[in-house]
Structures are given as C-alpha cells and as structure tokens.
Design a protein around this ligand. Structure first.
Ligand code: C5P
Length: 412
C-alpha cells in the first residue's frame, strides 16, 4: 500500500501528536490494544509503558507491534545513558493516558508513590494526564477509591469514567473500562479540540473589584468576588475565543486558557483594557470603584491623639465601559456592560445602555437578600435595543455559558 493521500492526513486532527499510554494490570488491558490501533489510525504516535501486572494480561510484543514503538517496563534499565530516561519519557508525549487504570495505580497516583516505571512517570510528568479506570464494582465504589478519584480530579487529572455493565467477575455495576472509541474521543478533545464558534475572535473581559488607594496600606474596595467575570472569560475561551481577562484583586484562581492581566485600580484597569485592544467582544463585568481618593498619601496616614480623622476627597474614576464603547475605529463589535442595582433595576439598565453606548446590559439585582454579590448564583436580565430578556436564577458558570453562546450567535 502506498503512502496515504494528503487529504487523508489533513483529516487527522491528531496527526503528529504523541500519547504515552500506561497499561496497568486488569482484564480490560486487552482493550488497550484496540485503543492503540485507533490512535495510530488518527496519525497519533503512541509509546507504551507496561506495568508488571499489565504484563500478565497483554504482551509487550502485541503493544510493540501495534504502536510500532519500543515498549518500556523497567525503571532501572532506563538509567542507562543510552536509553530514554524516565523524566524524558514522561515529557516527550503531549498527553499521558492510563488505560486501564486499576484501583492500585490510582491510589499510587493520589498518594504520590513512585515504585515502578509507570508511577514514576506519572509523578515526573509535566503533561496533562487522562485516566480510564477499570475495576470490580465494589473496588470502584469503595470510599478509598472515590477519595483517590476526588484528589486526582482536584489536581487536574482528567477522567474517562467507567461504564456500567456486566463484569468479568460476574458482578454488575460501574467499573467496566470505557470503550476504546470513548477513550479516543476524550483524547481527541484534549489534543485536538474542535474549533469553537468563537475561534479567531478576541474577547476582552473585566472582572473583580478595583482597589483605590488611600495611602500605601489602605484602600477603598467593594465586595465583588470576580466569580461572574472569571466564569465569562472561561466560557468564551471554551467556545474558542482568545480571551484577555483584566481583573482586580480577587482570591479566586485565574481561569485556564485565558491571558490574565492583574491590576489594582480603575485607572490601571482602563490602561490594561486599552492596551488589549483591538477586540471583537468586550464584557465589562468588573465592579469598578466609582470614585478614588483625589490625592492618595505617599506614606501611611498616622492617627494622632486629639486630631480629627482625615477627610477623604473623592474624585470620579474613568468609566472604562463608556470609554471603550465610545464610537471609534477600535470599538469592539459587541460591547456588554453589567448593571448591578438594588433599586429600579430595569430603568437604570436601560439608561446605562444608552448613556454608555453599550450593545447589551446584563442587569442583576444585588440587594443583600438576593445573595448574588459574592455568591455562586445569579439572576440576570439581558437588556438591549431589542428589549428585555429575563433568565432564570442559575449558577454563575451557567449564566456565563449561556451568555457566551448568545455572544457567539450574535457574531455568527
Ligand atoms: O455605572 P455603573 O457602575 O453602575 O455601571 C456598571 C457597568 O459599567 C459595568 O459593566 C462596569 O463594569 C462598568 N464600569 C466601568 N467603569 C467604571 C464604572 C463602571 O467599566 N468606572
């Protein structure tokens, strides 16, 4: 057979990607052979590590023949300079996959044990790790295994969960290794995600509060957590947008896959936003302080017995949304502001839409009894020139996903 025609190769999204496949011991290890075949058909390079127990179920020869690559098993044979060291082995791949992953190897991963080549590679790798567990149903449901899975998930290990069904041990329930096409789909999603509807778009998002200095140690601030803005940045990135998130001081983590610019004051936020332009989309979810202290003191203001507290003279901050939304060559095509109000929500949102030249205003009631400010949920209304759309109360992540989809539709 001659070489594959070019169009065949182009279709393979995973062409040139490399997977390090760890095969641990379990009756499902035979499915690893089919997984290798599917990965090779996608143009993906596969190198296998076989554990001692895995070797009881499949042979090195089968793995080697299907992967067309040397199979590694022994930690100490790799110490030879002529061999690939375990560190190099763990990093030469784009993704490390453990399939099947036994209760034992998952427990070793969760506790950081490194007593053979597979566990050492898993501890040494700096690449994403995907596990496909397979074991008896009782072992899978055991609190120890579930606690290990929770630990691994928290550390960012990705999982193709086991299926439910009849097991080789004559029991029934969750624990069957996911089918090779299911594991392949999970690998593809990591190594070659389908381009989303916002691919090629740049989105600018602001999030969190701003801190306005009074002196070097004191500042004016508000209760914004940054949860809604961060979730919007993540949701836009999930749909394929390149996202710049300009955020004030928050305690939550930076969203993955997003360029984050950390700032403190409103003026720094405006500078960071302007230097992030041009953008196709701008979402202003930050709770920017309306005022700052006119002249922040350069040294700590001292309290002095018998002297009245200092008066603070406040001056308005620049309105970032209104500045970026003003007509001009750099105006993003879709500009979205937020209106967090405790009174006259809709009237305020509609006037903000016009006054700030925004395309949409996401309006929410932040009266203390709603628990929205700083909380996990939000109930929003989308106000635009077309009218008002009221969404149900949702988790902030779901509001973000819905908003990102709506943005993608608007720009389609
Ligand atoms: O005027 P108000 O603060 O209620 O407007 C809220 C909207 O304006 C939000 O989208 C907020 O991020 C944005 N804003 C801004 N710069 C300011 C004040 C508000 O971008 N200085």
């Amino acid at each position: 057979m001659g070489p594959a025609p070019n169009h065949e190769v182009e279709r393979h999204a995973m062409n040139g990607k490399r997977v390090l496949l760890i095969v641990s011991g379990g009756i499902a290890a035979y499915k690893a052979l089919e997984l290798i075949r599917l990965l090779r058909r996608q143009g993906c390079g596969v190198t296998c590590v076989l554990t001692d127990n895995g070797g009881q179920f499949v042979t090195r020869l089968s793995l080697q023949a299907l992967s067309e690559s040397k199979v590694y098993s022994d930690l100490f044979s790799l110490t030879d300079e002529s061999e690939m060291g375990h560190i190099q082995l763990s990093r030469a791949a784009d993704l490390v996959v453990v399939a099947p992953a036994t209760a034992n190897i998952l427990a070793k991963m969760a506790s950081g044990l490194a007593d053979d080549l597979a566990s050492t590679v898993l501890l040494a790798t700096d690449k994403p790790v995907l596990v496909a567990p397979a074991m008896n149903v009782r072992m899978w449901l055991h609190p120890a295994t579930q606690a290990n899975m929770a630990t691994l998930a928290q550390r960012g290990v990705l999982v193709v969960p086991p299926n439910e069904g009849a097991m080789a041990c004559n029991e029934f329930g969750p624990g069957r290794l996911a089918e090779p096409p299911e594991i392949l789909a999970a690998i593809e999603q990591i190594l070659a995600p389908a381009p989303g509807p916002l691919a090629g778009r740049h989105a600018l998002v602001t999030s969190g509060p701003t801190h306005e200095p009074i002196d070097p140690v004191r500042y004016l601030a508000n209760r914004s957590s940054g949860r809604q803005g961060h979730a919007i940045a993540a949701a836009l990135a999930d749909l394929g947008a390149r996202v710049t998130l300009v955020c004030g001081p928050v305690t939550i983590a930076d969203p993955p896959g997003v360029t984050v610019r950390h700032i403190e004051s409103a003026r720094e936020m405006l500078d960071a936003c302007q230097s992030a332009l041009p953008a196709d989309i701008a979402v202003f979810a930050a709770a920017v302080a309306d005022w700052r202290v006119d002249q922040a003191a350069t040294g700590k203001i001292k309290k002095q017995p018998g002297v009245a507290p200092p008066g603070l003279t406040l001056v308005p901050n620049p309105d970032i949304l209104a500045t970026i939304a003003a007509a001009g060559p750099n105006r993003p095509r879709l500009v979205i502001g937020f209106a967090a109000e405790t009174d006259d929500l809709m009237a305020n949102a509609q006037s903000k839409l016009r006054r700030k030249n925004a395309d949409w205003i996401v309006a929410n009631d932040v009266s203390p009894e709603t628990g929205i400010m700083g909380g996990m949920e939000n109930a929003v209304n989308i106000v635009s020139a077309d009218g008002i759309e009221t969404w149900p109360r949702l988790a902030k992540d779901d509001v973000a996903r819905r908003l990102a989809r709506r943005i993608a539709e608007a720009l389609a």
